[in-house]
Design a protein around this ligand. Structure first.
Ligand code: ARG
Length: 300
């Protein structure tokens, strides 16, 4: 049975009533050796084919890895692969599942990429997770058109609740299946602005109480649902949202790693006592991705 939540109402569970789950304990990144903009599959990539400076990209990626390690995260590094320029965005090929939901141990539901060009990436991430004992599950491609992992699926920190983006990359059918497979309710958020093509471009959770959000990317039902379930919403304006302020990542609820240059959003976070770590990821912005997209946060 699946439980999809589409708008606030009496049947929507209270956060405090949902079972607790641990935070993911490991960070995976993929080396940007073969990273490039070779094709255009989101509005950010337009005009950027062939524009990546790989030397700069590598440099920026290294700083990201150092930043994660600097705040005590365990980081694994997977090699890049020729012909897969977007594999560096390893948030997209799977949806890690907390221990105890798919099986006793931790799990992952593999993605069905919207574009054929990115489909071969999935096997590389699957191989990495399977080798480490993660239980691998698949969606049925006959009933699910596409689902792009943590690009569109965001676990509510600490609670058995998933937020599912419904937009250009992930479909409602996917979240129906994911809910049935895990027994977890999925709160659906429709993405209505093509520039915010993945949920992680317009929403990022910091902790159980707090999320960074660009309200303009959602419809009324989505905005209302967020307001009803998330006690503290840090609202980002359009300029900062386009600077990928919502694509930051908090692995621990205390730090927020994010593209530099969103002073309003970052000041609000600092006022809440969150340590904001600003990084330069402009070579990855050329492809429509930043910090959140460049890692997979998974349960070992
Ligand atoms: N060029 C990639 C794509 O369009 C960027 C993916 C960014 N990842 C993310 N989680 N938003 O598919």
């Amino acid at each position: 049975m699946s439980q999809l939540i589409e708008r606030p109402g009496p049947e929507v569970p209270l956060l405090a009533d949902l079972p607790t789950v641990p935070l993911p304990d490991r960070v995976l990144v993929v080396e940007p050796r073969f990273y490039d903009v070779e094709y255009v599959i989101n509005p950010h990539m337009e005009g950027n084919v062939g524009q990546v400076n790989r030397f700069e990209a590598r440099h920026q990626w290294r700083h990201l890895v150092e930043a994660y390690r600097g705040i005590g995260q365990t980081v694994d590094v997977l090699e890049g692969q020729p012909l897969l320029p977007d594999l560096v965005f390893c948030a997209n090929q799977s949806l890690p599942v907390p221990p105890g939901l798919l099986t006793e141990g931790s799990g992952a539901i593999m993605s069905i990429m919207r574009r054929a060009r990115r489909e071969p990436e999935v096997a590389h991430i699957q191989g990495f997770l399977a080798e480490r004992g993660v239980h691998i599950a698949h969606l049925d491609p006959w009933s699910v058109p596409s689902m792009e992992g943590t690009g569109d699926g965001a676990w509510h920190p600490g609670r058995a609740l998933l937020w599912g983006g419904v937009g250009p990359r992930s479909r409602r059918e996917a979240w129906e299946r994911v809910s049935a497979m895990t027994g977890v309710p999925v709160a659906l958020l429709r993405l209505v602005d093509r520039r915010f093509y993945h949920l992680d471009t317009c929403l990022s959770f910091v902790d159980e109480q707090t999320a960074v959000v660009f309200p303009g990317a959602f419809d009324d039902a989505g905005r209302e649902l967020l307001a009803s379930l998330v006690p503290r919403l840090v609202e980002v304006n359009e300029v900062e949202a386009m600077n990928m302020a919502c694509n930051g990542h908090s692995p621990d609820g205390r730090h927020f790693l994010v593209q530099k240059g969103s002073p309003r959003c970052n000041a609000q976070l600092r006022e809440l006592g969150i340590e904001v770590i600003e990084l330069e990821t402009d070579q990855f912005l050329l492809s429509g991705g930043s910090v959140y997209c460049m890692k997979l946060h998974w349960w070992s």
